[in-house]
Write a protein that binds this ligand. Structure first.
Ligand code: CU
Length: 165
């Protein structure tokens, strides 16, 4: 069966993952020996006319090698950047991260007040309740994508202890 002989044992799982990405209209061409999974991604809803918002979520490295994330893309906005929040005297300010390493078994966590994904140059604000696609690109060319719902705050923190004023 010549067709099957070219497939590595890892191909089927990755193929399903790629297929899900392609269903969302995204390209997926990676067969690198990496395994990235998104969890709990979401995008902060923004008022009409706003051009910038942030996206959050966890990106887990299930592979056996360190993965370096070098770029992010989103279906909304002109650009997605990785940012961190650092102390600057008694202020806190955002700095751009050009790349972030994720060790095997570790997660890269994007969360309010810490590392986050900045979506810039939004001309058509996504509606609350809609979904965006969010993709992380590794230095090896692997693309890991997820759906990210657009909500006012993190999904799952709307209970009695999740209120913010
Ligand atoms: Cu930022």
């Amino acid at each position: 069966m010549p067709n099957n002989m070219t497939l590595s044992p890892k191909f089927p799982a990755r193929f399903r993952w790629c297929a899900a990405g392609m269903l969302m209209g995204l390209s997926c061409s990676s067969l690198a020996d990496e395994m990235l999974h998104w969890r709990d991604a979401w995008v902060r809803s923004l008022p009409p006319g706003a051009a910038v918002t942030a996206a959050y979520g966890s990106l887990m490295n299930h592979g056996s090698d360190t993965v370096t994330i070098v770029n992010l893309t989103s279906t909304t906005g002109a650009e997605a950047q990785m940012h961190d929040v650092i102390a600057d005297g008694d202020q806190r300010k955002m700095v751009r991260l050009n790349s972030v390493d994720i060790a095997p078994g570790e997660s890269l966590v994007f969360e309010p007040g810490g590392r986050h994904i900045m979506l810039l140059g939004i001309t058509d604000a996504p509606e609350k309740g809609s979904d965006l696609a969010l993709c992380a690109l590794s230095a090896m060319g692997t693309e890991a994508c997820t759906r990210a719902p657009v909500t006012r705050q993190a999904p799952g923190v709307t209970g009695p202890h999740g209120h913010h004023h």
